[in-house]
Design a protein around this ligand. Sequence first.
Ligand SMILES: *[C@@H]1O[C@H](CO)[C@@H](O)[C@H](O)[C@H]1NC(C)=O
Ligand SMILES: [Zn+2]
Length: 393
Amino acid sequence: MRWSWFLLSLLAVAALAEDASPEEEDEEVVAEAGPCNPETCKLPDCRCSSTDIPGNLAPRNTPQFVMVTFDDAVNVINIETYREVLSGRRNKNNCPVGATFYVSHEYTNYALVNEIYNNGSEIALHSITHRTPDEWWQDATVEDMKREFADQLLIMQQFGNIPRDAISGLRMPFIQMSGNSHFQMMKETGLTYDCSWPTVSFINPGLWPYTLDYKSTQDCLVAPPCPTASIPGTWVVPMVTWRNLANPPAPCSFVDACPSAPGLNDEDGWFRFIVSNFERHYLGNRAPFGYFVHEGHLSSNPAVKRAFIRFLDMINNLHDVFMVNTKDVVEWVKNPVPVNEYIRQQCKFPRHAPCFPNTCGNLRRSDSEKEYWMTVCGSCPRTYPWVNNPLGR
Ligand SMILES: *[C@@H]1O[C@H](CO)[C@@H](O)[C@H](O)[C@H]1NC(C)=O
Ligand SMILES: [Zn+2]
């Protein structure tokens, strides 16, 4: 009896000593998440990971959201495609459509970021460096994530004149998850949602966005490690994967990384392929449908681009389908209303942000011989903005 008590106290001392060791500190801030109980985890600020429709709506009363997202640098090479696809486009409720841009900093033109923002699309974060190898992101610490994302917020405000409160989301480069690190950074920085986590298992019915207050039941097959900590109020917008035409069908997180898709010259095949993936959502539990892609897939493949535009024309004519910014999907999930109420809401317009463009160069970063030209709103930085010197001072 006394012996075992002695052992126990030894263990307790060992545990205390471990708690105090400095290298552990980063991990110790967070508590492991416990199982989710829908009775205690309630909207608007908490939601268990689930395929249930928010607000217990019937599928036919649920708005079908479509999230079109583009990743990486925004510049004169790709802006023409964005203008062609998005300019003047409206949903059936006559509100302008939105797409979400996960912007990485290198080679980005901030006057064009400003144009995209002012036209009603969403500017979100995709890191300053987008560095390789992708394993770097897997092992990243909370501090690493602050240098890549919290500091990118400063770049967006300073050079794109994007209001701080307009930016709420991020996607990890290579959709490589970092365990808890980037979610912990989001909480400390005031970012609301992540859209980097594909689900292969929860596609029919599809997984709806949820918070990390409690343990997620989402599969982590694509790019582990996934978060295990309780990080209250932080939202996951799952990347519900598509199914390709292989037998058996295989999952794709990005439309442009989908082997065994129709031939790149086959416009009709691509249209049917897109619609068949869309219908799994629209005729199912109406979980938000993602068209996650990089601009090059459209500009390099005119037939695919035509099929994509046909698809957008089709959904923009459906009274219960809405192509909106990802942050607006999260807002709806927090406060779900049926379609007939949703279509009566006022359209969302951005608070206008002026831009007086300047092209700056040659700019260098301290760690590289590379030279850059960079177009910004307002005055030029002294050096090329980069990690540890986001304002290029
Ligand atoms: C933004 O709106 C302007 C004015 O309507 C239009 O000329 C431009 O093509 C739009 N840009 C994008 C990226 O949609
Ligand atoms: Zn990327």
